[in-house]
Design a protein around this ligand. Structure first.
Ligand SMILES: Nc1ncnc2c1ncn2[C@@H]1O[C@H](COP(=O)(O)OP(=O)(O)OP(=O)(O)O)[C@@H](O)[C@H]1O
Ligand SMILES: [Mg+2]
Length: 337
């Protein structure tokens, strides 16, 4: 490395023992220490360059954390904000697939990785970009995994950002702990849940986990909240729809014959209840939308495919609530100690 402070002894007379040419092992150690120092400096710089850092967590897997993290980032980005999305899931990094960035080439300059750029200028970095074969399972034991995350945090050239959204694997595992210990100035945690009791129970764990790592809880988002069926019939006429449990749900069409019925696929309202019970803000509900599944598979997020649709608007309103929380408590003063 040309800018490394490690240089050879100028040569000439035989060096005194204390001045002796470092061994190969010592040189490697010095190089490592130098790189770590550089990384620390970059992380300090990152704290100044990135206005808000938000972690997205859930206690339970498969509740839509990656979909929500990606949606929140896209919603902010389409409002003209400079946004980054960091996918810390080492074993199942699927954010690039959701954004159609699977084959993105990353630029590495002066030891820093430049993120891929997705829709609305969203900057994205994912472990998936760094794995040789994303289909091969990654089995990294504790310390190696944590080392990789530390490098991952310190080696990305984000530039100036209004917000950085961080997606994690499910549960209260090592990853969020490592990030909270290595990335200064995290504003808070957004907890994603679905309305079933088991998911809610796990959200409680996530809230307690956030408290133990001294990161504030910005609030709870209820995902897959309800599925809205729409139709057309005679104006102002009764409509009956058979719900998931076999019961009939009655509705009435409007003056133009339009009707809609929202089916609670996994019950609903549990996210709000859990938030109230645990004394944290409820950030809103996102509908169950089969278009999200299709979008995830096709690499076009629902917000990009249908920017004025119900799902995109629901994301905008959750972002609005998060922004209010961030502004109200403005970062560190909110820190729970
Ligand atoms: N609101 C929604 N409506 C319909 N399907 C959804 C919704 N949110 C997420 N999904 C689907 O649920 C599945 C799981 O979503 P996702 O991968 O975002 O969950 P996750 O919590 O990140 O999972 P993991 O715990 O494995 O990281 C995906 O197929 C996704 O398309
Ligand atoms: Mg995920």
């Amino acid at each position: 490395m040309s800018d490394s402070p490690i240089s050879h002894h100028p040569g000439g007379e035989a060096p005194a023992p204390s001045d002796a040419e470092p061994s190969q092992e010592q040189r490697a150690q010095m190089e490592q220490a130098y790189q770590q120092m550089q990384r620390k400096m970059r992380i300090t710089q990152m704290d100044e360059q990135i206005k808000h850092k938000v972690m997205v967590l859930s206690g339970k897997g498969g509740v839509g954390k990656s979909t929500v993290a990606t949606g929140l980032a896209l919603s902010l980005a389409r409002q003209g904000q400079k946004v980054g999305l960091m996918d810390i899931d080492i074993t199942g990094p699927n954010v690039p697939k959701m954004l159609g960035l699977e084959s993105a080439d990353l630029n590495v300059e002066e030891g820093q990785i430049h993120p891929a750029v997705g829709p609305h200028g969203l900057k994205v970095i994912s472990m998936a970009f760094l794995l040789e074969d994303p289909d091969k399972p990654v089995i990294w034991r504790g310390p190696i995994k944590l080392g990789a995350i530390q490098q991952f945090i310190g080696d990305v050239a984000w530039g100036d950002l209004d917000a950085l959204v961080i997606d994690f694997p499910p549960g209260t595992s090592d990853e969020p702990l490592t990030v909270s210990q290595n990335l200064p100035g995290i504003d808070g945690v957004v907890i994603v849940t679905t309305p079933q009791e088991v998911a809610l129970l796990d959200s409680r764990k996530s809230i307690n986990f956030a408290k133990t790592i001294s990161v504030p809880v910005l609030g709870v988002v209820e995902n897959m909240s309800g599925y809205t069926v729409r139709g057309k019939s005679e104006p102002n006429s009764p409509v009956s729809v058979m719900g998931p449990s076999g019961t009939h749900i009655e509705a009435e069409s409007d003056g133009e014959g339009n009707w809609s019925v929202t089916l609670d696929v996994f019950k609903s309202g549990g996210g709000r209840e859990a938030a109230e019970e645990l004394g944290v803000p409820f950030l809103g509900a996102l509908p169950f939308d089969p278009g999200i599944v299709r979008g995830g598979d096709d690499g076009v997020h629902r917000i990009v495919a249908e920017p004025e649709g119900e799902t995109a608007r629901a994301f905008d309103s959750v972002v609005q609530r998060i922004t209010e929380e961030l502004e109200r408590d403005s970062g560190r003063s909110l820190r729970i100690v």
